[in-house]
Design a protein around this ligand. Structure first.
Ligand SMILES: Nc1ncnc2c1ncn2[C@@H]1O[C@H](COP(=O)(O)OP(=O)(O)OP(=O)(O)O)[C@@H](O)[C@H]1O
Length: 249
């Protein structure tokens, strides 16, 4: 059953053993929103992402997808909820020994009963979507960093996810290539209505495409702000403004 709020996080605490990385994290992500998880190095962005995609059980709190408790539903339902998520890891996480087409085809082969012919068609469509039509037979090492990121996006979109979670899309990209990727992300949202969560500390992306955000503070180990990043820049918590202006405000 779809509700207006696809993702709701309530009072989440994440820890490695006794070490609490972040506590009392609460936020909602609305449908079709580009939601930014931001904060300085080591604040716990990746750890939060791992809790959202099923790789790390939170120490406390709840992650709800369409009102369903992600970490407390039965195993089959947990898997079904995971299927609704497309994840792009930082380095693209492509298999180096597989071509782009084989990489994008992997989730389709694993999770669907589609014929190889149909899978090939879907793969070509997804690669075209990210501007990589004709690169089916290339290996990841034969691509530039920006192309590899786009290939990672194509793979994350392979199963038509309702929610796309992207870890550091701009890392390692020059500013213009990073901007290109931001535009591509906006296009995906516009064309497919995908809800998109981005983990980043890239200011241009945060301010350029973020509709909503949370800021995880490394000192207090909890969130200190939520809301539209541009608004946070104008009137938000001084620590967030400090971050968003690279220490100038
Ligand atoms: N597997 C682990 N075991 C123990 N501690 C960990 C583990 N992974 C991360 N940490 C610690 O948890 C904290 C948060 O790490 P995390 O990678 O989530 O931060 P981040 O905000 O994504 O950082 P960055 O921006 O540098 O990538 C750090 O202090 C890190 O050392």
């Amino acid at each position: 059953m779809a509700t207006a709020v696809p993702i709701e996080v309530r009072n989440l605490t994440m820890a490695y053993g006794e070490y609490v990385v972040q506590h009392d994290i609460s936020f909602t992500v609305n449908r079709g929103e580009i939601f930014i998880i931001m904060g300085g190095n080591g604040c716990g962005k990746s750890t939060l992402m791992r809790s959202l995609i099923g790789l790390q059980r939170p120490a406390k709190g709840t992650v709800l997808y369409d009102g369903q408790d992600f970490w407390h539903v039965e195993a089959a339902e947990h898997e079904r909820l995971k299927r609704r998520l497309g994840v792009m890891f930082q380095g693209g996480a492509m298999w180096s020994s597989l071509t782009l087409a084989e990489n994008v085809a992997l989730p389709l082969g694993e999770y669907t009963n589609l014929s190889p012919h149909l899978i090939n068609e879907i793969v070509s469509f997804k690669l075209a979507l990210v501007g990589l039509a004709g690169f089916e037979d290339f290996y990841p090492a034969e691509l530039s960093g920006g192309m590899r990121k786009r290939a990672g996006l194509a793979r994350a979109m392979a199963l038509d996810p309702e929610i796309l979670i992207i870890d550091e899309p701009s890392s390692g990209l020059d500013p213009l290539t990073a901007r290109h990727l931001d535009h591509l992300i906006l296009e995906l949202r516009q064309n497919f209505g995908t809800t998109i969560i981005i983990i980043t500390h890239e200011l241009a992306s945060i301010l350029g495409i973020g509709d909503n955000s949370i800021f995880l503070d490394v000192q207090t180990r909890t969130m200190i702000a939520t809301g539209n990043p541009k608004q946070a820049l104008r009137s938000g918590d001084p620590r967030v403004r400090h971050f968003l202006t690279r220490g100038e405000a």
